[in-house]
Design a protein around this ligand. Structure first.
Ligand code: KIV
Length: 256
């Protein structure tokens, strides 16, 4: 099982980190057996598993419930769990309480939170001091959907500077890794070269230190895919066909 320290070695050894999201036992077991390095219990489970419109309604209790199921399915991968919206932004104390609950109750090794400089710096510093490994997340941050939408970030010079500053500050605060979501590939490359902790990209080009995808997108289960997400299989069609075949078998005895 890679620890957060070993994850740092991936970058030193120029080894790409393979990360995917999971929301239940079965998916987690499959990803882990397939050799994924890092499993993220992302708050995207709000949409892909719970049917919410966006990530905002998800509660700490809900993600803990799902993370426990994921943990039961994982033998090897490092498990990181998202801190849901409003479980960490109101105060450093609330962040420590929420992150502490995640580590205590789920058995996961780390938490992820969205936000940059200066908003999240004290929070990350204090979480790390409390022994809680933190993964950062900058660029498109879905918990800010009502401010940012789902647009690509880092397009203007000032926004690029803001994101570079945030990445450097997150590393200084003690984050062990940073997700870079939906930013230009050349910006993700510059950030990855500038910091010594691994960057994990999603819609941020190939020059990050690893990649993550929402597994429901990879499997072709979601109806609204982000433009940067590649479906490697169309499970929605395969499942529909299987259900129709089953249905036809059941109905064969109609009227007999
Ligand atoms: O919630 C999630 O699945 C995520 C990934 C998009 C990185 O944060």
């Amino acid at each position: 099982m890679p620890t957060v320290r070993q994850l740092l070695q991936f970058k030193v050894n120029r080894k790409q980190i393979v990360a995917l999201t999971a929301w239940d036992f079965a998916i987690a077991q499959i990803l882990d057996a397939a050799g994924v390095d890092l499993i993220l219990v992302g708050d995207s489970l709000a949409m892909v598993a719970l049917g919410y419109e966006n990530t905002l309604p998800l509660t700490l209790d809900e993600i803990i419930h799902h993370a426990k199921a994921v943990k039961r399915g994982v033998k090897n991968a490092l498990i990181v769990v998202d801190l849901p919206f409003l479980s960490y932004q109101t105060s450093v104390e609330s962040a420590i309480q929420s992150a502490g609950r995640i580590l205590k109750e789920t058995g996961a090794q780390a938490v992820k939170l969205e936000g940059g400089y200066p908003a999240m710096i004290e929070t990350i510093t204090r979480l790390v001091e409390a022994g809680i490994p933190v993964m950062g997340h900058i660029g498109l941050t879905p918990q800010s959907v009502h401010q940012l939408g789902y647009r690509q970030q880092g397009q203007s010079e000032s926004d690029r500077d803001r994101l570079i500053l945030a990445a450097v500050a997150l590393e200084r605060a003690g984050a062990f890794s940073i997700v870079l979501e939906h930013i230009p590939a050349d910006l993700a490359k510059s950030i990855s070269e500038k910091i010594s902790i691994p960057t994990i990209g999603i819609g941020a080009g190939v020059d990050c230190d690893g990649q993550v995808l929402v597994t429901a997108d990879l499997l072709g289960l979601t109806l609204r895919q982000p433009p940067f997400a590649k479906a490697y299989v169309d499970l929605r069609t395969i499942i529909t066909q299987a259900v129709q075949d089953y249905s036809a078998d059941v109905k064969k005895v109609d009227g007999e």
